[in-house]
Design a protein around this ligand. Sequence first.
Ligand code: ASP
Ligand code: MG
Length: 440
Amino acid sequence: MIIMKFGGSSVANRDQISKVLDIVKTRLDRRPVLICSAHKGITDALINAAKGAVRREYSLPDVIDLQSEIADGLDCPKDLLTELFQEISDLLRGIGLVRELSPRSIDYIASFGERMSVRCIADFFTRQGLKAQAFDIWDLGFTTDEKFGAARPLPGFRDWMQQAFREKVPLNVLPVVTGFIGRSANGEITTLGRNGSDLTATLTGAALDAEEVEIWTDTDGVMTADPSIVPHARNIPRMRFDEAAELAHFGGRVLHPSTLLPAMERNIPVRVLNTNQPNHPGTIIDREGMGNKTGVTSVAYKERQAILTITSTGMLQQAGYLAGVFQVLAKWGVVVDVISTSEISISLSTDRPDLLHQALPELEPFGACQVHTGKTILVVVGPDLSHQKGLGCEILAAAERAGAPIHMISVGLNSINFSIVIDDQDISEVVPILHQSLFE
Ligand code: ASP
Ligand code: MG
């Protein structure tokens, strides 16, 4: 059994969905389970409609027009989505009445995108001769906690999913299952976070012990850099789970950051493929990667970070100073990505300046605190960077050639990444120069 996940651009309209159908037909002997995103643009349109409703701007929301256009393009029956459209209208009216948009209602409204797309796709496939059935994943044992916007399945979900698949998914029918969404034991609708369908795919793969998880997107697998700023970026044929996780976390753009964890835990290879170039081999992500071959795999970056600096002589020869700082950060839920320290100062980065500001009063006793925003973490990832002679020089030289000041540097013994922090505005200069010196 394999999982095939198709993202928003892969299921954007009839042309794309027809490509998906052709691709799925080539793999029927591997008993695919499809995980699908909402059609491109629909999740945003739903969230915007909800924001409009808070401001009491609700005529007939655009999102219903958009979705109807796609469904009509697929020749779906007129009443296929009537109930869901009604539920969306009711919900928007409710949001307009209370004039409040909680994380819970955002998840509820966002959930309609996937619920509508799987119904249209399964209906279209069936009429094209491939018998398919749409499923809301909560009917297949995917029960989550209630962390709206970042929900995760409860510990028993593997057993529940296995049982539900056995009982509810008929043989010889292709299951087309919602990505991104879930439901708690109390019946609250949740989401795994934006772009969460990748994670749904690996979680489902882990639950069902899939042979492989295929993530179908619109690039030739994972690339050596973001092709939008490095036109010569190349495909990476194979990489290790930890390298790919590092890249996804630092904005590799192709995968949701938590995607690799479930696959890593159960050792299920993940293959990233291009719906528009189905014969391209894409990228295989597995335990071995390219082995311990030295070299750099990729360059990635994450913009709009905040840096906290704490300067104090109190740290000199003190045990537990950093522990104290991190205890405060933990209390306020500040997730730290990059850190560098000296005897009298610490710099650390986070993507949540709002939480950092809440923590500040309790950090003041540790020293003079300053928060700087508009920073980018630039990471170079590779399986064995410590043995890559001269790498540090190349990275720093690229920044120097772009005239970009470097605010932080972080690299560890045996680490698979070398990170620097620069200003947001310098990223489009530094990345192409660095890519050229490392790959071209
Ligand atoms: N539809 C959701 C989003 O746009 C989830 C996904 O596409 O993976 O974020
Ligand atoms: Mg995606």
